[in-house]
Ligand binder design. Structure first.
Ligand SMILES: Cc1ncc(C[n+]2csc(CCOP(=O)(O)OP(=O)(O)O)c2C)c(N)n1
Ligand SMILES: [Mg+2]
Length: 680
């Protein structure tokens, strides 16, 4: 008999029926709700919740520290359903343990418009859903970030206030994904012993047996990454309990291999991919109810079972109130609460900018970012910086930051290694854990490696700040592999993400302030090369907050409006100078953040970009990247200056000249364009 065939009848885990419902009966309530919800929606994934119901029961009834009455208790254990397709497992647990939502009604409306029981768990729909999962592998990778945040805050505030664990349920898919290797490597290196992963080892994925696509020794791989591993019968709550206890006792991160059967309890379909992602069908649901000893009723949970589950949901109340008492008597109370609420002040900004203005000099915006961070990291102790092995290039480490290591979780700088995706996913977990504000760097071109996590930052409203340097052909000799072309625009296309491309040191500081205040993720696109200051006078306002502003107004009658970002603002000023000398009045608009500009009231946008034809006032965009999308601001009949091919390996100055991105070449192009279009 193979490891995935087990003897015994699913309904009977113990020979006698005690007064308390058996663990198996508790688990069967999860199975019943999962089957019924998927059946009602005729959509969803019953197999995973049915296979992992016993393991989840062991975890929730015997180990997980939580209080269903307060899903936001800062010292709760975090539970991450990395196998997000099994969302009904989580919804069932939240309902059964007595969270305010989802209600049984919500579960009956699984996957329907407006119901918080979305297809995959979404953190913004339900308190109790810690992170949004579904893109496989990322839940576990975010859990690594949660575990980092927990250890860091523990180092800062001590056991009295921060002392919890991070539990993950992951499937075969989560462990196959590339990001898993990054996350597991990082967790092993940082010795995140409070991270415990329960692997739903059911040998099945969508295409069928895992034998179709995997022969690696998953456990040995984790061991090689310095994890503790153990195994259990995932269908036996006592055995899962034993394995969890073993994992808890080990100082390393743990992988618990739970041997399970997908769709357990559905007699004709269990153990097959047929249960993975579709409703079991009426007959099979009936057969499963018989098999599991359930009543033949939809969405039915016996009273004693529901009562037992509700008691589980209340069990943490005592620990919670003890924690509250410790908080009340802690001298760090108000600081801790402010920090967990994520509030930051920007009192650092004004003095910092005043200092900049008193001593203006050319500086790369990556360097300007470091300068701003020197002030920020002192003023805001919640920041945790890092880089994916480009610290010296991204300029992300300020002087006072010590490395966060297994020996010093109190450090605030993480050497993520060459793990852009793992870093970004970890930052999501850190941000969603709360109490810390993560920022991390790599080259802008490698947002491609981080992109799935950036998308989840956006979807989840996670305040993660991506410090993406080397933001154009201006990086020079490293050439086309490293020169971003389509990146800025493709990132701007992403909802709920703010992309900033500051033009000098003052704008860089303003953009940092906005990113820190935001409840969305931000990308700071920063130059490698030095830029001449364009903001030379002090302003009472954070001008970048409007997304775009008139940096220079036309001297002559306005005929041209140039929109430029980042390093091209300086070029735009040079273009304007040449045009003005020919009597062509030219506005220069610096546009550090298109998303913010789009959100301005109509009259502000109208003031910056008046609704007149390009024959009256020609709009020109200048950005050292794709021109794709700039017609949004120039109109179809405007002029878009950019680069619509891959870059070149050459010194920055030569690359700019080669692509015609110089004041001479652009001004000539504009006057030529005006002539051929008959613009006077
Ligand atoms: C990144 C990503 N790729 C593909 C999918 C689609 N998908 C959802 S579940 C799944 C199979 C996962 O297998 P496993 O983790 O073993 O789950 P089980 O079938 O055992 O429930 C796939 C390919 C996804 N959700 N995320
Ligand atoms: Mg599987």
């Amino acid at each position: 008999m193979g490891p995935h065939q087990r003897p015994g009848v699913p309904g009977e885990s113990r020979p006698t029926e005690p007064m308390q419902p058996t663990d198996r009966r508790l688990a069967n309530a999860i199975r019943a709700l999962a089957m019924d919800a998927v059946e009602a929606a005729n959509s969803g994934h019953p197999g995973m919740p049915m296979g992992m119901a016993d393991a989840a029961t062991a975890l929730f009834t015997r180990h997980l520290k939580f209080d269903a009455a307060d899903p936001r208790w800062p010292d709760r254990d975090r539970f991450i359903l990395s196998a997000g397709h099994g969302s009904m497992l989580l919804y069932a647990l939240l309902y059964l343990t007595g969270y305010e939502r989802p209600t049984l009604e919500d579960i009956k409306h699984f996957r329907q418009l407006g119901s918080p029981t979305a297809g995959h768990p979404e953190n913004f729909e339900l308190p109790g859903v810690e992170v949004t999962t579904g893109p496989l592998g990322q839940g576990l990778a975010m859990a690594v970030g949660m575990a980092i945040a927990e250890r860091h805050l523990n180092a800062v505030y001590g056991d009295d206030l921060v002392d919890h664990r991070t539990f993950v349920v992951a499937g075969d898919g989560c462990l196959m994904e590339g990001v898993n290797h990054e996350a597991v490597g990082l967790a092993g290196h940082l010795k995140l012993g409070r991270l415990i992963v329960l692997w739903d080892d059911n040998h099945i994925t969508i295409d069928g047996s895992t034998d179709l696509s995997r022969n690696e020794d998953v456990v040995a791989r984790h061991q090689a990454a310095q994890w503790h591993t153990c195994e259990c019968d995932g269908l036996n709550a006592d055995d899962v309990d034993r394995a969890i206890s073993e994992a808890l006792a080990d100082p390393r991160p743990s992988l618990i291999r739970c041997r399970t059967i997908i769709g357990y309890g559905a007699p004709h379909k269990q153990g097959t991919a047929a249960t993975h992602g579709s409703a079991l069908g009426h007959d099979e649901v009936e057969a499963a109810r018989r098999e599991l000893g359930l009543e033949d009723k939809d969405f039915y949970v016996p009273d004693d079972v529901l009562t037992a589950w509700r008691d589980v949901g209340k069990k943490g109340a005592a620990a919670h109130s003890e924690w509250k008492q410790r908080l009340d008597s802690s001298s760090a109370k108000s600081e801790f609460l402010v920090r967990m609420a994520g509030k930051v002040d920007d009192s650092w900004l004004k003095p910092y900018i005043d200092k900049l203005l008193s001593d203006l000099k050319p500086v790369a915006t990556r360097k300007a970012s470091e300068m701003a961070l020197e002030a920020i990291n002192v003023a805001i102790p919640a920041t945790i910086g890092g880089s994916a092995d480009l610290t010296g290039s991204n300029n992300t480490k300020t002087k006072a930051l010590e490395p966060l290591t297994a020996d010093n979780y109190g450090g605030r700088y993480i050497y993520y290694g060459i793990r852009e995706f793992g870093m970004s996913a970890a930052m999501n977990g850190m941000a969603l854990h709360g109490g810390v504000i993560p920022y991390g760097g790599t080259f802008l071109v490698f947002t491609d490696y981080a992109r799935p996590a950036i998308r989840l930052s956006a979807l989840q409203n996670a305040r993660v700040i991506y410090v993406m340097t080397h933001d154009s052909i201006g990086l020079g000799e490293d050439g086309p592999t490293h020169q971003p072309i389509e990146h800025l625009q493709s990132l701007r296309a992403m909802p709920q993400l703010e992309v900033y491309r500051p033009a000098d040191a003052v704008e860089t500081a303003e953009c940092w302030a906005l990113a820190l205040q935001s409840d969305e993720p931000s990308i700071l696109a920063l130059t490698r090369q030095n830029l001449t200051p364009v903001r030379t006078e002090s302003s009472n306002e954070n001008l970048c907050a409007r997304g775009a502003y008139r940096l220079k107004a036309a001297g002559n009658a306005r005929k041209v409006i140039i929109l430029a970002t980042g390093s091209e603002v300086e070029i735009a000023l040079g273009v304007a100078e040449r045009l003005e000398s020919q009597g062509i009045g030219t506005d220069v608009v610096s546009m550090p953040c298109t998303e913010r500009f789009d959100a301005q009231p109509a009259d502000y946008r109208e003031n910056i970009l008046p609704d007149v034809s390009n024959r009256e006032i020609l709009r020109v965009s200048i950005e050292a990247g794709t021109t794709f999308g700039w017609e949004r601001y120039t109109g179809l009949h405007g002029l878009r200056v950019g680069i619509d091919r891959f870059g070149v390996s050459a010194p920055a100055k030569d690359a700019y000249d080669y692509f015609g991105l110089t004041p001479e070449k652009i001004s000539a192009r504009i006057t030529e364009f005006m002539k051929t279009r008959g613009i006077q």
